[in-house]
Structures are given as C-alpha cells and as structure tokens.
Design a protein around this ligand. Structure first.
Ligand code: G3I
Ligand code: 9MR
Ligand code: ZN
Length: 540
C-alpha cells in the first residue's frame, strides 16, 4: 500500500470539477463536516452529512456529505470530527493530467520496440518479443509477430481484448476530440495526427499480423506456452511465441475494430483506411464461411490467458454494424438486422460480450439509413439499461452502478464500462442525469471507495503501489509504471494471495495491493481503455 493510512472519509483523490456534484463519503461517522483549504487552513465550507445507511457492497454503513456549493478553485481536504480525507483539487479541468496518464500507459504497454527514456522516463526498457511466431496448428509455418501492446501484467497478446481496447480509444476520440489535442508525447507525435491515433495504430499494425492471410480469420492470440516468472522483464522473456488457432470471437472483433479504424483514420491516411477496410471485409467473409465454430480453448500444453467465449453472435453483430456504418452497404445492413433479431446481450462492453459496440455503431451511424423500428428498439433498450444503472447508483452508498454480485475479476472494468454506457445514453439524449451518474464512477475509481484507494497507479494520494505487472515488479524503479488501472475488488478471491488475506470481507473490500494478487491487482489494456473513454468526457 502507499504510505498514507486508510481513511474512512473518502473523496476522489484527484479532485472535482468546479461546477457539478461534489461529495465526500463517510464510512461510520455522520454529522457536521468542514471542507478546509489546505494552503490557508481556513474553513471554506460547512455542511451536514445525510444519515448513514448500510451498504452491502462495502459491508459498512455510509453517509454522504455534499459540498457542491463550494466552487472556488483550490486544494482542500474534508474534516468530520477527528477524521480527515485525502487532499484533492477543485479545478476547472481537474482530469486532464489523469486522462493523459491513462492514455500514455498504452505507450508503456508497447511490445517490440525500445521504450526510450525520453518517453518512458525511468520505466524505459529494451525491445522485446522480436522473434517470429510459430503457427501452433502448422509448426513449419513461421510468421512475423512483432509490435502491438502487451495485454496486461503478462506479455501475451490477445486479439479480442486488443480490439476492445482500440475500440474504446477510437470511440473516445470520435466522441471527445477536444480531449486529445495536446501531445503525450510519444515518438510519432506530430501536429497533424492526434497521439491517440498514433498509439492505436501501433496496435492496429500488429493486429494485421493476427489475420491469417490464407483464410481471413484472426488468430485468437500470440503468446508463449506459459507465463514467465513475475520478475521477468519483457526483453528477457525469450520463450518461443505461438499463434494460437483462429477463433470466431477473435475474427468478429478484428472485423469490427478494422471497420471502425477505416472510418476514423480516413481523414488522416486514406491508404491505411483502405487497408483496414480490406482486412475487415476479409474477416467478415471468414465469418460467413464459418457460421458455427466452437469457442476457443487452450490446447493442453498452453496455459496463458484463454479468453474463452462460447458466444460469437455479439462479435458478429458488432462487425456487421461497423461495416454497415463505415460503408453504408445494404448487404451488411441486412446481415446486421438478421443478427439483431437473435437473443444475446446487446448492451455489454466486456471482452466477452461486445454487443454494445454493435448497438452503439447502429445508433450513432447514419440514422436516415437505419431501420426505424430497429433503431427505436435499440435506443429504448440502451436507455432502459442506463436507467437501471442510474437507479442502482442512486440507491447504494458509493454512488456507482455495481451490485454486490458485480465485484468480479476486473470489477473496475465493470465500473468503467457502465460509466461508458451511461455516457452513450447521455450522448443520445443529452439528459445530464446520465452524465452525473457517470462521474461518480470516476470518483469511485480514484479513491472514493471503501478502501480509500486510487486504483490508478501514479495518481491520487493513496494509489495502488504493487500491481501484478511484470515490468513494475522486475525493474529497479520503486514506483510502479504509472497510469495503470488495477482490476479491483473480486469477491471470487481467485488467487492464493486473496484467499489468504481476504476471507469473509464484503465484496468491495475484496482487494489487496500485493503483486501476487493477479485476480485483483493485475492491470490490462482493456481496463485502461474504458477509463480513457469515461475521463475524456470530462476533459476540456
Ligand atoms: O461473469 C461471471 C459471473 O457471472 C459470475 O457470477 C462470477 C463468479 O465468479 O464469475 C464471472 O466470471 C468471471 C469472469 O472473469 C468475468 O469477466 C470468472 O469467474 C473469472 O474467472 C474471469 O476472469 C478472467 C480471467 O482472465 C481468468 O480467466 C478475467 O475476466 C480476465 O480479465 C482475465 O484475463 C487475464 C488473461 O487471462 C491473461 N492476461 C491477464 C488478464 C487479466 O488478469
Ligand atoms: O501472472 C499470471 C497473470 O498474468 C494471469 O492473469 C493469471 C491468470 O491467468 O495467471 C498469472 O499466473 C499465475 C498462474 O496462473 C498460477 N501460478 C502463479 C502465477 C503468478 O505468478
Ligand atoms: Zn513484448
């Protein structure tokens, strides 16, 4: 843990925008509270908390102190009796640095190139995973494999999760271009193309290599057979790399993200946009040729991440939606409508359930071309989901949309995905209720939670310090690589470290800042990416 002691009075440790809701959450005590200016020691605001109510996720009674009326910029903390909160800022644009940190993390996840000190600071290291990979099913076949981002705390590279991460970042850019105007910087920075697109292109260039040019299908993943030890730096991980077999879920995600990229990059680089579209079409053809395929399973001698998913309708649905949105081609529309008529989750954004990307593409595409009945159905469905999420958020202590059952492996992705969905609803209706609910999810992530922890390394008064992230463990730098979103509380306690330390805890307390805890404290690109999206909505 960081040196600061855990406090029962919690805030967003980065801060709050000047205008809009601002609350402190107290676990235990209620009553009069003061917001104190940290520089002058003066009381800037006095208020009364509401009454405490038991919150099942937190396992404690909690109450809220509202200080929305305080709108003077500055650095503050809250006092209630003898309890104090972490310090935080009130500012016009409090999340600009956080958003850049969350995005810069993708550069720090890069595989296959030197991370120079100029861009990576003390977290620089040499190029890794440069060798060709062997096609697992056809061992005589070797293919170039270099590039892309590592998935997580391990060095595997997985097509579906990579596509989700790129999709979130491209959507963030499409929705919030104003949040991407300054350089990070990264080696490709120029004054023409926004850095977010340079960074995504690094992954997209690798994704091209995941398409089997013999069939158009996408290999499920590129990994060694087993995970290396936890302290192995990327450039020292020299075991053989394998392209694991093509799967329908990977191919659907590949087609979806390539069709999306073709649209987004068109104005910057027409020939790259053409390449993306051609790759998407070929992947789509593979899907048509393989209407029923079993979900991916690790072969017996492979133990890296499986990302198993039996259901590929949602990935096909997303692919058809993006191909229709990008090309306007009626044949994709027909196929999208046929898929939409089937039963599967259409408002989820996880690595396994990609339906919401398809629904959104249809809803923000060209409404004139859309089938009006289907359009209305999907919009009503999305808003109903968003209403459900705001209702849960308003009912429970920490103001977010998770029920106790939702604290699973990667619960912070659930937190951010749901905030994303709320922001989709805001986009479609301009009803600020959805946006107000979304920002509470950032407050939770950044410290206003039962553990008083910022789940983003390098940000906030009490951030995660020991993520399950091999470079952070293996390098000689005391601080972890910054800008990484930790998985978060997981009531399943799916690793030995959690089992040893967290038995009997309430769901939102099932978290330990220990590098051995891979089921709670690992980091991944697709936990960072929805955070970039959500925070970007609030960046000026
Ligand atoms: O969705 C179910 C839920 O319905 C059920 O109530 C709950 C009970 O445990 O489980 C939920 O499923 C969990 C699922 O994550 C949710 O996404 C599974 O238990 C849990 O095992 C599964 O964990 C996945 C984990 O790999 C193990 O397969 C994570 O989502 C996934 O993010 C993680 O990915 C790993 C890669 O394999 C390797 N690289 C690192 C990465 C992050 O840890
Ligand atoms: O380090 C691995 C991590 O990146 C994965 O997400 C996780 C789940 O697949 O597995 C971790 O590896 C652990 C392995 O599964 C069990 N033995 C301990 C390993 C951690 O060092
Ligand atoms: Zn690498």
């Amino acid at each position: 843990m960081s040196d600061a002691k855990q406090r029962s009075l919690t805030v967003n440790q980065v801060g709050y925008p000047l205008h809009g809701g601002k609350c402190v959450i107290s676990a235990g005590k209620e009553g009069s509270f003061e917001v104190i200016n940290s520089d002058t020691g003066e009381v800037a605001y006095r208020g009364e908390t509401g009454h405490s109510q038991f919150d099942e996720s937190a396992g404690t009674a909690v109450c809220t102190g509202d200080f929305s009326a305080l709108t003077t910029p500055g650095s503050y903390y809250v006092r209630l009796g003898d309890e104090v909160s972490a310090p935080f800022l009130l500012s016009d644009n409090p999340y600009a640095e956080l958003q850049r940190g969350l995005l810069k993390a993708f550069y720090l996840f890069r595989c296959g190139c030197d991370l120079d000190e100029t861009y990576a600071g003390p977290w620089n290291h040499k190029a890794c995973h440069l060798a060709d990979g062997t096609v697992y099913d056809d061992p005589g076949r070797k293919l170039e494999s270099k590039g892309g981002w590592h998935d997580a705390g391990d060095y595997g590279q997985y097509t579906g999760p990579g596509a989700k991460a790129v999709a979130d970042l491209l959507l963030a850019y499409e929705f919030y271009p104003q949040a991407f105007t300054s350089q990070l910087p990264i080696p490709e920075s120029d004054d023409v193309t926004p850095d977010v697109l340079h960074e995504c292109r690094y992954e997209l260039e690798w994704l091209f290599k995941m398409q089997d040019n013999k069939t158009g299908g996408a290999f499920h993943k590129l990994t060694t057979k087993h995970f290396p030890d936890l302290n192995v730096m990327p450039e020292d991980d020299l075991a053989d790399l394998y392209f694991l077999p093509v799967s329908a879920t990977a191919t659907g995600c590949f087609a979806g993200v390539m069709a999306m990229a073709s649209r987004v990059y068109r104005q910057f680089d027409g020939s790259f946009a053409d390449r993306c579209l051609e790759a998407a079409r070929a992947a789509w053809q593979w899907l048509l040729d393989h209407p029923e395929t079993p979900g991916f399973k690790n072969p017996q001698d492979v133990s890296t991440g499986e990302y198993g998913d039996e259901h590929d309708l949602d990935e096909r649905y997303w692919a058809a939606a993006e191909l229709f949105r990008t090309t306007g081609d009626e044949s994709y529309h027909r196929q999208f409508k046929a898929l939409a008529a089937q039963q599967f989750p259409k408002y989820e954004l996880g690595w396994a359930d990609m339906g919401a990307y398809g629904s959104l593409a249809y809803l923000v595409g060209n409404p004139v071309k859309a089938d009006q009945t289907l359009y209305s159905q999907l919009k009503a469905g999305l808003l109903a989901e968003a209403d459900k999420l705001t209702a849960i958020s308003n009912a429970v202590g920490y103001g977010i949309s998770l029920t106790p059952a939702d604290y699973i492996w990667g619960s912070n992705m659930v937190v951010m995905n749901r905030a994303m969905l709320l922001l989709f609803a805001y986009r479609l209706t301009e009803n600020t209720r959805y946006e107000e609910s979304a920002i509470h999810h950032i407050h939770y992530l950044m410290g206003r939670n039962p553990l008083d922890l910022s789940y983003v390394t390098g940000f906030g008064d009490r951030p995660v310090m020991h993520p399950h992230h091999r470079p952070s463990v293996g390098d000689k730098v005391a601080d972890p690589v910054p800008g990484l979103v930790a998985g978060g509380p997981n009531r399943g306690l799916n690793d030995d470290c959690m089992m040893e330390h967290l038995q009997g805890k309430a769901p939102a307390q099932c978290f330990i800042d220990d590098e051995l805890s891979y089921a709670g404290n690992e980091v991944t690109i697709y936990w960072n990416s929805p955070a970039v999206f959500v925070v970007s909505n609030f960046v000026k």
